[in-house]
Design a protein around this ligand. Structure first.
Ligand code: SF4
Length: 697
């Protein structure tokens, strides 16, 4: 009899495609679930190859510690869990005795289950009593989250199910390339276009998504805000706005009307490079459609003006009366598998579970009561991800850092600075499934369970809470992060507050989130399995969940959405004679985030995908660069080398590199760590570089 398949989900992106894993023999195999609502039988190459991670020969199977404790130049050697965790607990106690509670920091990941994200946040506040916790989702979509909170009073990536995309008659897609990053999602876009929907893609590159769209606008990176304000200017001038909606459902429009009055089409063309005619066509398409969506992603959001840029598109959506209308609205396409849930339940510096605020007395009291602690003992909000990294090892900074599921040596901006800061730490602990670039620097490395070996929940880009179900046990000697958190809490004398059982942790999370914005109180493991996931907010077990938000009102104090005036500012770094080109970064189809997992997949097609720099033929000619030449890019912060790919799909003044690699091809050695002032998101998407050929194929 063949083993029964286990229905779980892909380990990677926020689409969280449904996967059936057969794990009775070795190795495990997988198939897409034909009826799971986001992928309906589709998978991308990353998902198809995910089972190869489970018994990968480079898998970490036991803890590693430094041969000489305290000497990070000595080699890593195998250790027992007892020895490894004793070293970690000892380092925590030493740091906190010498430098205080905040000298221990926690850095989480957007791939952790909700249960792990919740437990890690609680571990920081209850076991360590440190304010220093944040996660790599801060690098991912915190700007759109901040803007959505400001405007709508809630942050859920898409406020409608993915399937609504197929019904929208017009879509403006800004800085997103789902055809490469989450191909199964394209079935919804394709279905819409097949019945005449107009899709306008805004991207400096003519990506696969742009090539399949009905129109493509190709702006200079860092000018998306000016584009949105220019479109709103035109919508007002052509009287295409929804006066009734603005009057009855929003506040603050008059200030925005005044703010966009100077965004005349010719000025917007000068800033963005988008022709005036295209501006008119775009706004008429959006305003003339019976239903329309405006969707942003990292291309628009990872800027020093990221929050204001997302707000500018929200302003446009509100002026056209879209949010809450059927098959319409504003949304952001999240990136990481649990980028959404990861920030809802306490991994973020300023948040408690349920999206409660750490600095709000009532929120503190609610969560403290669930945790059985005195609210006065809970720390205040701490530093954001990059700010914490930037102060590692300094007076008042973190001295001992615990990293779960994150490879900051590849994924953070200005990597040379990051490497210096990590070297200044007294102690670094990394939990991962492989010896990532960050784990290789650690004092202690902890091997952890991975996707098909764990129980828990994830929250996808739609706000749909789904089940990750264990198909096979982790290899002998490998512990789940929940077990590690519990054992460390035991060693620190706070074990009574923690459980290693995911079901118990989820039940506690439900109570902690009850009444909050991200209310999971009515969501149970059984319901998720029976209903193909449940959309939050879901305040009680007889509540159906909330696939669509804003139909009646917005969760703001007055029930109205908020316009907010925002203005274009030049990127924090612009080209100059020394660094004459705009660099932008992004993803390739075969790779995921820092590449810790996908760079190890033993699939020839994936292995062939190498770090490449995309250059326009005009620029390549000027620099005497030919196909596959080795090109060195230099910014004010560092250098990195890539193979040239010469393509007219990119603007002649812009250079693109993927960010999946570290070492000599680390895109983030070049990027600028300037932060958006509202979301504290780094400006990954624009910096100034020079380029030179340093080798031939
Ligand atoms: Fe689906 Fe994303 Fe996994 Fe690809 S990476 S299979 S799109 S969840």
């Amino acid at each position: 009899m063949s083993p029964t398949p286990t229905e779980t989900h892909c380990p990677y992106c926020s689409l969280q495609c449904g996967i059936s894993v057969v794990a009775g023999g070795a190795p495990a195999t997988l198939q897409p679930q034909p009826d799971f609502p986001t992928n309906r039988g589709g998978l991308c190459s990353k998902g198809w190859n995910a089972a190869t991670l489970l018994d990968h020969p480079q898998r970490l199977l036991y803890p590693l510690v430094r041969e000489v404790a305290g000497d990070r130049s000595s080699p890593l050697r195998r250790a027992s869990w007892e020895e490894a965790l004793d070293r970690v607990a000892g380092a925590i106690e030493r740091s906190q005795q010498l430098y205080g509670s905040d000298s221990v920091g926690c850095f989480g990941g957007g791939g952790l289950t909700n249960e792990k994200a919740y437990a890690f946040g609680k571990f920081a506040r209850v076991a360590l009593r440190t304010s220093m916790i944040d996660y790599n989702g801060r690098f991912c979509m915190s700007s759109a989250a901040t803007a959505s909170n400001r405007a709508f009073g809630i942050d859920r990536g898409l406020p409608f199910p993915l399937a609504d995309i197929a019904e929208a008659k017009a879509i403006l897609l800004v800085g997103s390339n789902p055809a490469a990053t989450m191909p199964p999602a394209m079935q919804w876009f394709d279905a819409g276009r097949a019945v005449g929907a107009q899709h306008i893609v805004v991207d400096p590159r003519r990506t696969a998504t742009a090539q399949g769209s009905t129109a493509h606008l190709q702006p200079l990176p860092g000018t998306d805000l000016a584009l949105a304000n220019g479109l709103l200017h035109l919508a007002i001038r052509l009287d295409l706005i929804d006066h009734d909606y603005i009057a009855s459902r929003t506040t603050g429009f008059e200030a925005v009307r005044a703010g966009v009055s100077s965004y005349w089409p010719d000025r917007v063309e000068r800033i963005t490079g988008i022709a005036v005619d295209d501006l008119y066509r775009t706004v008429r398409t959006l305003a003339g459609a019976e239903s329309a969506m405006i969707l942003t992603a990292r291309g628009a959001e990872q800027h020093s003006t990221g929050t204001d840029t997302a707000q500018a598109y929200i302003n446009l959506a509100l002026a056209l009366g879209l949010p809450g209308r059927p098959f319409s609205g504003y949304g952001t396409i999240t990136g990481q598998g649990n980028g959404q849930g990861g920030r809802e339940h306490g991994q973020k510096a300023d948040q408690l579970p349920g999206y409660r605020k750490l600095n709000d007395p009532a929120d503190r009291a609610h969560v403290a009561a669930v945790w059985g602690v005195d609210p006065e003992t809970l720390p205040r909000a701490g530093l954001s991800a990059y700010e914490m990294i930037d102060r590692l090892g300094t007076d008042g900074g973190v001295r001992t850092l615990i990293v779960l599921a994150s490879n900051i040596v590849v994924s953070a901006p200005d990597l040379n600075r990051v490497a210096d800061r990590l070297a200044a730490l007294d102690f670094l602990v990394v939990s991962d499934i492989f010896l990532s670039e960050t784990a290789a620097l650690a004092d202690v490395v902890l091997p952890t369970a991975q996707w098909a070996e764990e129980q828990g929940t994830m929250t996808n880009l739609e706000g749909r809470v789904i089940r990750r179900i264990r198909a096979l046990p982790p290899p002998e000697g490998v512990l789940d992060d929940l077990q590690v958190i519990k054992e460390l809490a035991d060693l620190l004398g706070r074990g009574e507050y923690f459980s290693a059982d995911p079901a118990e942790v989820f039940d506690e999370l439900r109570r902690a989130s009850a009444g909050g914005i991200a209310d999971y109180a009515g969501i149970s493991y059984a319901r998720i399995e029976a209903e193909h996931g449940v959309f939050w907010p879901c305040p009680s077990e007889d509540h159906p969940g909330t696939p669509r938000l804003f139909a009646e009102s917005f969760p703001t104090p007055g029930g109205r959405a908020r316009f907010l005036r925002v203005d274009h500012r030049d990127p924090a770094e612009s080209p100059d004679p020394r660094f004459p080109y705009v660099l932008t970064t992004g993803r390739l189809m075969a790779q995921y985030q820092s590449g810790t997992q996908t760079r190890r997949v033993p699939n020839p097609a994936q292995a062939q995908v190498q770090p490449e720099v995309q250059l326009h033929p005009d620029l390549a000619r000027r620099l005497d660069i030919g196909p596959a030449d080795i090109v060195q890019l230099t910014s004010r912060r560092g250098k990195a080398n890539f193979r040239a790919k010469i393509t007219d799909e990119i603007r002649p003044d812009t250079i693109f590199v993927p960010f999946h690699w570290g070492g000599l091809s680390a895109a983030n050695a070049l990027t600028n760590a300037v932060l958006d002032p509202h979301s504290r998101m780094p400006a990954f998407k624009v910096c100034a570089v020079s380029a030179a050929k340093i080798g031939e194929p």
